[in-house]
Design a protein around this ligand. Structure first.
Ligand SMILES: N[C@@H](CCC(=O)N[C@@H](CS)C(=O)NCC(=O)O)C(=O)O
Length: 215
């Protein structure tokens, strides 16, 4: 467990931001390896050997390569329990996992690059906006019941790792975030924490300078 892990990352990837936040939260140093999705580097031969799923994030840690953000975050939680991301009570854990899954399975995959590529370029942002708004309609009702200061109660949990980057993507596609007051309030709380802002897309070294203006 001694070597510095390598995170295969792209600045504008929400799922990768989840992992960047988890690593920051648990104070695990990592070496970034930049995979430029716009140059199709996720489909390079060497990368595909490690991750046939051709996605970021992937974390090389403890001599294994782990892809899929949820698998990575759960691995970190199990092997590095400091600064936990899952609450103690099973009911609270269920709420955290519910929110993680609503975003990871029900929103993000419906507006990722291959899905948007099915639409003409001028329609893609509108499509993303529709998908995220539909997802947020349900998520708002759930989070309104579970949230305290953060998504579930008053401590940061893994649910927040999913909500924070999803909100950034919502902003990018001009979702009317005022329609989602609890989600917005939780995002604004998280945005006060360095673990989160350091992991945000606009603070990544591979983010082009001309894009580095925060929404
Ligand atoms: N379920 C995956 C989703 C990862 C994902 O969608 N990654 C996108 C970037 S946000 C990607 O690498 N897309 C490249 C491709 O599909 O070729 C996870 O949670 O890690």
């Amino acid at each position: 467990m001694s070597e510095t892990p390598t995170l295969y990352t792209f600045f504008n990837s929400g799922p990768t931001a989840r992992v960047r936040i988890a690593l920051n939260w648990k104070q695990i140093k990592y070496t970034p390896f930049f995979i430029d999705l716009l140059k199709n580097e996720q489909n390079g031969k060497e990368y595909l050997e490690k991750n046939p799923g051709h996605t970021v994030p992937m974390l090389s840690i403890d001599n294994i390569d782990i892809a899929e953000s949820t698998a990575i975050i759960e691995y970190l939680e199990e092997t590095r329990p400091q600064n936990p991301l899952l609450p103690k009570l099973p009911a609270d854990r269920a709420n955290v996992r519910r929110i993680m899954n609503m975003i990871a399975c029900g929103i993000q995959p419906l507006q990722n690059l291959p899905q948007l590529a099915l639409f003409p370029p001028e329609k893609r942002s509108e499509r993303a906006r529709t998908v995220i708004s539909n997802g947020f309609d349900s998520l708002e009702k759930v989070v309104a019941k579970t949230a305290g200061k953060y998504s579930v109660g008053d401590s940061v949990t893994a649910a927040d790792l999913y909500l924070y980057p999803m909100y950034h993507t919502a902003q990018k596609h001009l979702v009317i975030t005022n329609n989602y007051p609890t989600i917005k309030r939780v995002f604004e709380e998280l945005d006060k924490l360095e673990h989160f802002t350091k992991a945000a897309w606009y603070n990544q070294p591979d983010c082009p300078e001309e894009l580095k203006t925060k929404n």
